[in-house]
Design a binder for this molecule. Structure first.
Ligand code: URA
Length: 244
């Protein structure tokens, strides 16, 4: 039976978010990587991330148990793990479709932008719980101009089908372009809120989630691992809660 816990060395290196897969390969071939003290030049070498001590450029690699990914979701893709239609999971390479990743919160099928995918279930629960008021920033384009009175209504809370939305921050970039920061995530929330001021969303994109900004270099449908710094930002309030 194959040892399922072992993974390729270049994959382990890139899972830290500090190197791309090709950078990891180059580091190996340049004799910059050791496994249990021995130089390993072949990036295909299988290692046990829990047991083997891997060093890069003399620094011991801190293996992360969980995977954290950012994706720039395009129109027409569903932010779910399974669906009749194409999902965000289908946009990942084969090896990442088997490790229990799921999107942290749903975007509508025609909403673009930032989706965080992880297999850290407790963290995702924490981030999605309405109790924790995690900030999500959206960029919206509308059919009609948005007035100052509309902005006041949107900011103070508006009826979205029997529920009054929580206070939020709205910044108008142009007369039909807005940035909206929500701390909750009701179904179709921004579309319903704009509908509440007799307007209509024509384009919607999430640009940040829990302090993580969508990487401007990431084209639509692309993904990358979160960097160590981003993982720290994403997990810091969750980790603080565990310490308390
Ligand atoms: N609000 C919406 O209306 N749709 C989304 O996808 C996200 C927020």
């Amino acid at each position: 039976m194959p040892d399922v816990k072992k993974i390729r060395l270049d994959k382990l290196l890139s899972s830290t978010g500090s190197f791309s897969r090709s950078e990891a390969g180059k580091l190996c071939r340049a004799s910059k990587v050791t496994v249990n003290g021995l130089t390993v030049k072949d990036p295909d070498t299988k290692v046990d991330p829990e047991r083997d001590e891997v060093s890069v450029l003399g620094k011991i690699l801190e293996y992360r148990r969980y995977t954290y990914i950012m994706m720039n979701k395009p129109d027409g893709v569903v932010s779910a793990t399974e669906d009749g239609d194409l999902t965000v999971i289908d946009l990942l390479p084969e090896e990442l479709r088997r490790i229990g990743l799921f999107p942290c919160g749903r975007l509508d099928k025609n909403t673009h932008g930032l989706v965080i995918l992880t297999n850290h279930g407790d963290l995702a629960h924490f981030l999605l719980s309405p109790k924790h008021h995690v900030e999500k920033l959206y960029y919206a384009e509308t059919k009609f101009p948005v007035s100052d009175a509309d902005i006041s209504l949107l900011e103070s809370g508006i009826d979205i089908g029997g529920y009054i939305s929580a206070p939020c921050k709205v910044v108008r970039a142009e007369e039909k372009k807005l940035y909206i920061t929500l701390t909750e995530g009701k179904y179709h929330q921004i579309k319903l809120m704009l509908g509440g001021v007799h307007n209509q969303v024509t384009y919607l994109k999430r640009v940040s989630f829990a302090g993580i900004e969508l990487d401007k270099e990431l084209s639509e449908s692309s993904w990358r691992y979160l960097t160590a710094k981003e993982v720290e930002i994403l997990t810091q309030s969750f980790n603080l809660l565990k310490i308390k």
